[in-house]
Ligand binder design. Structure first.
Ligand SMILES: Cc1cc2nc3c(=O)[nH]c(=O)nc-3n(C[C@H](O)[C@H](O)[C@H](O)COP(=O)(O)O)c2cc1C
Length: 188
């Protein structure tokens, strides 16, 4: 039997995106964001409240997005519960930042896959910002690529944010092939 559970929206899986920015002194910062997604072939949108990160974004017009993994979970959560306004989170986490090749934003060595973005839009409303970033480059550790040079999620141990229970889950098994498995019914 189905039950109304009011407006407890579960839009799963939500990502665990780590937004990397520099401040005006060149100090790297990282924040955790789950309210984001790919919104075009080469664009990412993220919904943001006001943070140290949003100040940095306004100034530098650039950011990186890394994907949190099981191995980087503790630091990734920390980046979501502490502010760069108060501490140097990167130092505290023992992470290492290098300047991205194409944008004025940091790439953290510890994350296997990072997207470099330029700020396309940063629409301001009462609650915060709707950020749209144009993807200009993706950097990935060779160890998480398949033999065709594509990111292999089986090797990445990507985590997802479960907003129902405030937990993190690992993205799991391959259970089918898109654009193919449905053909069984189409051709019936
Ligand atoms: C799992 C998780 C998801 C989050 N998602 C978002 C988000 O999508 N947008 C947002 O504005 N804040 C989000 N936050 C909160 C920020 O990461 C948090 O306020 C952080 O301290 C901001 O860092 P900063 O001040 O150094 O920029 C999230 C936090 C956690 C733990």
């Amino acid at each position: 039997m189905k039950k109304n559970i009011k407006k407890d929206l579960i839009m799963a899986p939500m990502p665990v995106l780590i937004i990397g920015t520099y401040d005006e002194n060149g100090t790297p910062n990282a924040m955790n964001a789950a309210w984001g997604t790919q919104c075009d072939m080469n664009a990412i949108t993220i919904f943001l409240s006001k943070h140290k990160t949003t100040e940095n974004l306004k100034q530098k017009k650039a950011f990186t997005v890394a994907f949190a993994t099981k191995e980087t979970l503790v630091a990734s959560d920390y980046f979501g519960i502490e502010s760069g306004h108060k501490v140097d989170k990167i130092k505290q986490a023992g992470f290492h930042a290098l300047r991205a090749e194409h944008v004025d934003a940091p790439v953290f060595e510890e994350y296997p896959v990072t997207v470099e973005c330029k700020v396309l839009e940063m629409a301001d409303d009462e609650d915060g910002y709707r950020l749209v970033g144009q993807v200009v480059n993706v950097v990935a550790e060779e160890s998480v690529l398949d033999d065709k040079g594509r990111v292999d999620l089986g090797k990445l141990h990507l985590i997802s944010y479960d907003s129902a229970t405030h937990s993190y889950r690992v993205i799991g098994d391959v259970v089918g092939q898109a654009f193919r498995d449905g053909l069984a019914l189409k051709n019936k």
